[in-house]
Design a protein around this ligand. Structure first.
Ligand code: CTP
Ligand code: MG
Length: 229
């Protein structure tokens, strides 16, 4: 099977607290974004990469594409002020019906086997997300008073990639924009209209690099991967 991927990379990485976009920070001599792109470069099912970037990063990213000989980037478009807008701009680059994966540039540790499972499930059901069971106990709290402990067996932490039949996610984004609705992930835009989204169980290594200590975890994962090669 085959798919196309849209990678939102147009954030500024405020929570990382560095002067530059966190995706351009190096871990083991390779920028975070390049670690992510390499996963799709290596996957035979991946036919093209649409990269959504921030205007100020264009030159640096163009140089990285050259330096690391990345071959699958079909378009580099500028994003919007919210992640959702960035994704929608990326999706608009895709021409004909296909399976599209949407994957955060900030998640450089997704494993190839999950990409294929997501594509197969989206092809069958319409939408599929990678997720892991919640480890902590989650309580609903109002004004620092616990109202309820939610049954953990029903709770999953949702990651990316999220995979969709293109027409379904395009329609969902279009409607969200018309309604001024901002969701916390792409699948939620489809769920609003009863679209079916299935869960593929992934692993905890596919975390999103967000705050400074995440760079320490990321470095540890890379050192272990190198040891296994
Ligand atoms: N993203 C994007 N366009 C935006 C905001 C975010 O393309 N307007 C991308 C980020 O580059 C990242 C992914 O969406 O790859 C997930 O967002 P997040 O982890 O929140 O990254 P940032 O928004 O850059 O970080 P922060 O929220 O700390 O500023
Ligand atoms: Mg953000």
């Amino acid at each position: 099977m085959e798919y196309h991927v849209v990678i939102p990379a147009a954030g500024t990485g405020k929570r990382m607290g560095m002067e530059k976009n966190k995706l351009l920070v190096y871990i083991d001599e390779i920028p975070v974004l390049v670690h992510t792109l390499k996963i799709f470069e290596k996957d035979n099912w991946c036919k093209s990469i649409t990269l959504v970037i921030h205007k100020q990063d264009r030159k640096e990213i163009r140089d990285l594409v050259e330096q690391f000989q990345l071959r699958k980037i079909a378009a580099m478009v500028e994003g919007g002020s919210e992640r959702q807008q960035s994704v929608y701009k990326g999706l608009q680059q895709l021409q004909s019906e296909c399976i599209v994966l949407i994957h955060d540039g900030a998640r450089p540790f997704v494993k190839q086997k999950y990409l294929h499972q997501l594509v197969e499930k989206a092809n069958h059901y319409g939408g599929a997300v990678l997720a892991v069971p919640v480890k902590d106990t989650i309580k609903k709290v109002r004004n620092r008073i616990v109202e309820e402990t939610i049954d953990r067996s029903t709770l999953w932490s949702i990651q990316t990639p999220q995979a969709f039949q293109l027409h379904l996610i395009m329609n969902a984004h279009k409607k969200a924009e018309e309604d001024g609705y901002i969701g916390t992930d792409d699948a939620s835009l489809l769920e609003r209209f009863g679209g079916k989204v299935v869960v593929v169980e992934g692993d905890y290594e596919n975390f999103k690099i967000t705050t400074p200590e995440d760079l320490i975890f990321a470095n540890a994962i890379i050192q272990r991967q190198k040891g296994n090669e």
